[in-house]
Design a binder for this molecule. Sequence first.
Ligand code: HPA
Ligand code: ZN
Length: 350
Amino acid sequence: MKTNIAQHTYLAKEIADPVFLQALPKAELHLHLEGSLEPELMLKLARRNGISLPYSTIDEIKQAYNFHNLQSFLDIYYQCAEALQTQQDFFDLTWAYLLKCHEEGVVHVEPFFDPQTHTERGLEFKTAILGIHQALEQGKKDLGISYGLILCFLRHLPEAAALECLASAKPYLSLLIGVGLDSSEQGNPPDKFTEVFKLARELGLKAVAHAGEEGPAHYIVQALDILKVHRIDHGVRCTQDNSLMERLNSQQTPLTVCPLSNTKLKVYTHMSEHPVLKLLDLGLNVCINSDDPAFFGGYLLANYQALVDDLNLNRGQAAQLAANSINSSFLSSNRKEEILSVLIKVASKN
Ligand code: HPA
Ligand code: ZN
């Protein structure tokens, strides 16, 4: 069900200001926990675990974060993940992210984690999921942030490895809401993972997938038709195909768009070229997310602010993006209604 928030928004055409953006209750649906590992915590964990990273100072790390495409980022991202070794490390990582959410008015999260990144280097499957789950539970209790955790398969690896990963996840199914698909997109189309997504759906898990970030529009079609996903992560390349845009609009398929990620990874050379507000104004169900905030220059509010700075995001648009994030989540309709009624109050206030 689409909630048209813009029409309830006081001074809808006014540029959205930081106080308004913070006050809007928001959900974050496209966030890789490993991508929220800040340089400070990375160095602390590496020291704590006796791991040597290729960087020894914050400055060195920040200088390395100069990406020219998705792969140049992933190479560094997987290297940095080596700092994560123990259940406590995954707790600390997740807790730091949740504190940030609390500051920024994020009331619900559906974060991703990549178990294969960790099992490939010898960690037990349970290490990551238990640490993450413990922090998410604490966040729910102490910060009031609800959650659903999504396990992502690495698409540069064979489907057999994803099947093994899903088998390892079986004892922990109650800790998961769904499965996703991430890593190197080009050359690794969604249909490579037909079987594992079918099995995951049969186990009662929801499905999402990265598609149309760097890869072509027809990967989005495959993700919808073959993997039967509820949401497309990124999806911005739908602009290459008018009939796909019409389909996404008429079906109100959620697209979890990540503006700062797209400019950092050179999907667009400048934020002023980003199509997200055009898609929003056409009626597509887009929402804003931070993807890998420790690597791309900011959390959720920084992504909204970038749209203010370069695309004149107004209050009506901001409120609609926030409402889309809530409606596109896997929350129950009751909890959605509860949050949306707060959102309408915030949006309609002076
Ligand atoms: N795209 C694909 N895989 C990823 C990303 C991304 O933006 N971030 C972490 N893994
Ligand atoms: Zn992503």
